[in-house]
Design a protein around this ligand. Structure first.
Ligand SMILES: NC(=O)C1=CN([C@@H]2O[C@H](COP(=O)(O)OP(=O)(O)OC[C@H]3O[C@@H](n4cnc5c(N)ncnc54)[C@H](O)[C@@H]3O)[C@@H](O)[C@H]2O)C=CC1
Ligand SMILES: O=C(O)[C@@H]1CCC=N1
Length: 282
């Protein structure tokens, strides 16, 4: 494989995640993207992304293919473009679609199964990935180069990907729920809207950086804020009454269980698609 800067990348499915990936990569090398309807997309075009209407043409042109269609579209798209992906690394960002399904749908391609989040749009995502079988020299470097454009990244065991989908992939939705609630609380007391938003967002950023940089446990860091008989403990007391920690634990468990359920449904769908395509050939 060539170094990332010379790689031609095709993003199949330039929606929320595919669009973010295409935008992040375009300043550093040639990128084409496809969508279901290839209508003009000024934002992607301004970023230098060329839109194509044909997945096979896009994949055939590329050195590295990114798959960012909805999970139910993954197998049909791979059956459509498998020949054009032959001998190439393919990065799938689809939730719940296992390496086994990816590899069986396009056996001649080499797959990475990855999960990222919407902060990829500004290069601040956390991306996790597991490589499939048969990687060639340079594949890992090319994929890591791509993930680095999206933010921080880490290689993980595939078995962790469903729960990481519920954490790193879905996570921004939970954080926005918290931030929205904090803003609403401040509005209720009468803080101006913009000031409430700035205070909530910057406080979340600072708290997350301190957690990563200090290496201290979140409970320890929370304790440092909580003055005996002071202000914070009144807020913490209300949160505990609302069983907020239980609610978040249940949220991650439920989302993770859903990812596993989707993975099981995806296996059945993959089998149905394969049978239908074999019947068409026969
Ligand atoms: N939205 C999120 O926060 C995250 C989503 N993902 C995964 O990324 C994938 C895409 O999700 P979103 O970006 O949210 O969906 P989306 O609906 O915004 O984007 C999907 C795109 O695929 C296009 N598309 C549909 N059928 C196609 C086909 N046959 N050929 C080419 N393009 C086609 C659609 O036109 C659309 O632009 C999913 O598999 C999801 O699990 C992963 C991480 C986070
Ligand atoms: O909700 C979903 O299924 C996707 C996967 C992670 C974030 N969004």
């Amino acid at each position: 494989m060539k170094g990332r800067n010379e790689l031609k990348v095709a993003v199949l499915g330039a929606g929320t995640i595919g669009g973010a990936v295409a935008e992040a990569l375009a300043p550093h090398g040639p990128v084409v993207a496809t969508r279901k309807r290839a209508e003009p997309n000024p934002r992607l075009e301004a970023a230098g992304v060329r839109l194509l209407g044909d997945n096979g043409e896009a994949a055939g042109w590329a050195d590295l293919v990114v798959l960012a269609v909805k999970p139910r579209q993954v197998v049909p798209v791979l059956l459509e473009v498998g020949h054009a992906c032959a001998g190439k690394p393919v990065v799938s960002f689809a939730a719940a679609i296992s390496l086994e399904i990816l590899q069986r749908s396009a056996p001649q391609a080499r797959f990475f199964r990855a999960m990222t989040n919407t902060a990829a749009r500004i290069g601040q995502a956390f991306t996790v990935f597991a490589p499939g079988r048969g990687m060639e020299e340079g594949d890992l470097r090319a994929a890591e180069g791509l993930f680095a454009r999206l933010g921080d990244w880490q290689q993980v065991e595939e078995t962790h990907l469903d729960v990481l989908t519920a954490m790193a992939g879905s996570g921004p939705a939970y954080i926005y729920t918290v931030l929205e609630a904090l803003i609403l609380g401040a509005l209720r007391v009468g803080l101006p809207r913009d000031l409430a938003l700035q205070a909530a967002a910057h406080t979340a950023i600072g708290a997350a950086h301190l957690l990563l940089e200090s290496g201290e446990h979140p409970a320890e860091l929370r304790d440092q804020v909580t003055t005996p008989g002071g202000v914070t403990i009144e807020g913490i007391y209300e949160l505990e009454e609302g069983r907020v920690r239980t609610a978040f634990m249940k949220a991650v468990c439920a989302a993770s269980a859903k990812a596993t359920e989707l993975a099981e449904a995806a296996c059945l769908q993959a089998e149905e698609c394969r049978v239908r395509s074999l019947q068409r050939v026969g």
